[in-house]
Design a protein around this ligand. Structure first.
Ligand code: UTP
Length: 296
């Protein structure tokens, strides 16, 4: 059955200041987790959920992302000549087909809400997925986060969906936090409220918005007003709060681990977690890691 959610936005126009100097010339989305750039992990997650077209919202110095998702003829020919068919097949499998990607420039980093709005014409009048490419969602049971959300979308018969995960109560002030309403299916709740960065004692829960969304196209009309919010940026949450007055929002509690690869610690943790899970290297990586920990 074709997924009802065909298109996804990946905003990749941020400056990545938390990861300087690594991100001075290399986009943070191109930093490698084990054997592929962070953004490739997220594209794989989107495609596994049935996404057919990806809109990248890019900025200056991000051209290498476009190259990464293109075919590299010289490389393919060389691999073919050398009989490296497995590698060739892997590259082909992971490359988006012709016409299945679009790139638009945000021009100025005015915030996530503005980046999403920049994709309005390329998305058109249909529901879409939004994946923040620096947040890696590693599922516990093999079903990716967006696939879990597409499943929940089918169960609720539409609406807007946001993935959430538990954070320690003392960290609620770093995230958008949701208040839960009725349970609609296992791990799927009606959202009763959303609060940006509440302190622990006033937070309605410890469930944080994790960077995966399914949104209805009406969000673009709300983002169009270009109102500045926290940090003088055009905030997506502000428009989601307005949309929630007219449309249903649901939370999908993600079953897995989340790594913020825009931060040094999250990036290092992701590399360790994905390496321990990688059949090609985990056998030799685990004893090396144990030995390293024993020495330090
Ligand atoms: P972040 O909050 O991680 O911002 O954005 P950032 O600028 O990339 O990183 P730091 O905080 O300076 O280290 C979350 C996501 O939204 C995108 C980013 O690329 C990232 O994927 N984004 C953010 C944009 O595309 N445009 C913006 O104006 C802001």
């Amino acid at each position: 059955m074709a997924s009802q959610i065909r298109k996804a936005i990946l905003p990749v126009a941020g400056l990545g200041t938390r990861f300087l100097p690594a991100t001075k010339a290399v986009p943070k989305e191109m930093l490698t987790v084990v054997d592929r750039p962070v953004v490739q992990h997220v594209v794989d997650e989107a495609r596994a959920a049935g996404i057919e077209h990806i809109v990248f919202v890019t900025g200056r110095n991000k051209g290498v992302i476009e190259d990464h998702f293109d075919r590299q003829y010289e490389l393919e020919e060389t691999l073919k000549d050398r009989g490296k068919t497995q590698m060739l097949d892997m590259l082909k499998r992971e490359t988006m087909g012709p016409g299945a990607t679009s790139f638009t420039r945000q021009q100025l980093p005015l915030g996530l809400g503005h980046a999403v709005w920049c994709a309005r014409d390329l998305i058109g009048n249909e529901p879409f997925a939004l994946l923040l490419p620096d947040m890696l969602h590693k599922p516990r049971n093999g079903t990716g986060c967006l696939a879990q959300m597409v499943d929940a979308y089918a169960k609720t018969g539409g609406g807007n969906h946001i993935a959430v995960y538990e954070v320690p109560p003392e960290q609620t002030e770093q995230y958008g936090i949701v208040a839960l309403g009725n349970e609609m299916a296992e791990g799927v709740h009606k959202v009763a409220g959303m609060v940006e960065k509440p302190k622990k004692d006033v937070a309605p829960s410890n469930l944080a918005i994790s960077g995966r969304y399914i949104l209805q196209p009406e969000i673009f009309d709300l983002l169009a007003s270009q109102e500045r919010g926290a940090g003088n940026e055009i905030q997506l949450t502000d428009s989601m709060l307005k949309l929630a007055q007219k449309q249903d929002f649901y939370s999908v509690t993600f079953d897995g681990s989340i790594y913020d690869c825009g931060s040094k610690l999250g990036f290092l943790m992701a590399n360790v977690a994905y390496a321990l899970d990688n059949p090609e290297i985990s056998g030799s990586f685990r004893p090396e890691l144990d030995a390293l920990l024993a020495q330090n």
